[in-house]
Design a binder for this molecule. Structure first.
Ligand code: ADP
Length: 253
């Protein structure tokens, strides 16, 4: 399916040749923009990852985009959108390219151990009321190379597939998948379909991982992703705990 079949997601598209960051732009207009609006740019001059880290977004190579969403649920649910987005991108890569990617909880998609997509969900809320959510998705599509600093940990769909990829077809498939998963979440309040994808195609479940939260580091075994979208781990002391967010690296990698 190469066409957009959505009712809300991506029906309103704002396209840029160049912009500082699609997430930053989305924040500026979210209050007066309908839910489902998509901001997309050919390049980002200061694309961001988590904690203000840089996201390399060269011109024409990627899908650098942000979705603005205004669901009527409490802000505590916001993080779940990252799992929905990850499942959608996974589906798009799988259906359009036939490539097997893995989801590295909470917000990355990897192929052969290298990052091909990063997701950055941010929200604006006040007094337990959600104003809007913005879901930033950066996918390395036709990148031929990366800067030295990330060359050993980044890859693109082109590099993995060995041929240039039609960004539009991939984008449509991802948005179609996103709307289905998002709708079922909004209607039923459960993440179940997204979780199936995130669990069955996880880069970390069943593995020994290192969890870094602030200055603290701990070794653990990644056991499951909960109904809430949290990572359940078994600590070295044999205790099960749930991790809200943080750095997760796979031991030995
Ligand atoms: P993580 O999910 O690993 O915490 P972030 O979400 O913070 O990472 O993403 C930012 C990091 O990703 C950067 O510090 C850099 O190492 C790496 N990075 C930057 N641009 C890209 C890119 N286009 N593809 C893959 N990795 C990138």
């Amino acid at each position: 399916q190469k066409h957009l079949t959505t009712k809300e997601i991506g029906k309103n598209i704002i396209h840029f040749n160049s912009i500082d960051s699609t997430n930053s732009y989305a924040k500026g207009i979210a209050d007066k923009t309908p839910s489902g609006t998509l901001i997309i740019s050919e390049e980002q001059l200061s694309g961001r990852g988590r904690l203000g880290r840089e996201w390399e977004s060269p011109k024409g190579d990627g899908i650098w985009m942000t979705l603005i969403l205004k669901p009527k649920f409490p802000p505590s649910e916001g993080g779940k959108l990252t799992q929905i987005a990850a499942a959608s991108v996974w589906q798009g890569i799988n259906k359009v390219l036939g490539l097997k990617s893995l989801i590295k909880w909470p917000n990355d998609i990897v192929i052969n151990g290298k990052k091909v997509c990063g997701i950055l969900t941010e929200m604006s809320a006040e007094l337990n009321q959600l104003h809007y959510l913005i879901v930033g998705i950066g996918i390395n599509v036709n990148n031929e190379a990366f800067h030295n600093t990330i060359a050993d940990k980044a890859t693109s769909l082109f590099l993995e597939k060995g041929e240039k990829i039609n960004r539009r077809a991939l984008l449509c498939e991802i948005l179609n998948a996103f709307e289905l998963l998002y709708d079922s979440f909004v209607k039923e309040g459960t993440l179940k379909e997204s979780l199936n994808i995130c669990r069955n195609n996880s880069a970390i479940l069943g593995k020994e991982v290192i969890i870094q939260q602030g200055a603290n580091q701990a070794k653990a075994k990644a056991v499951d992703i909960t109904e809430e979208g949290l990572l359940e781990v078994l600590t070295e002391e044999g205790k099960k705990t749930e991790i809200l967010t943080g750095e997760v690296s796979i031991r030995g990698e």
